[in-house]
Design a protein around this ligand. Structure first.
Ligand code: TRP
Length: 73
């Protein structure tokens, strides 16, 4: 397994109904999991063998080793 697949990211919902959508690794890029967060909920997750990308929908703060992103800014 590659090192970058162990990387964590954090999503903190600033609103109800924020979606954290995991996209599959490999030639076929599709949604495989949708997690719904309500205001104040925090998800700590990794990139894995199965998950190569994540799409965040809604108002949230996303923290990665590259920095902090607020989806409303
Ligand atoms: N079973 C998934 C996996 O191991 C769980 C997962 C990891 C996930 N990171 C995620 C789901 C990010 C949604 C978003 O890949």
């Amino acid at each position: 397994m590659e090192g970058n697949q162990n990387e964590y990211f954090i999503v903190k919902a600033k609103d109800n109904g924020v979606h954290v959508i995991g996209l599959t690794r490999g030639t076929d890029t599709r949604f495989h999991h949708t997690e719904k967060l309500d205001k104040g909920e925090v998800m700590i997750a990794q990139f894995t063998e199965h998950t190569s990308a994540v799409k965040i929908r809604g108002k949230a703060v996303i923290m990665t080793k590259y920095g902090v992103i607020d989806t409303t800014e």
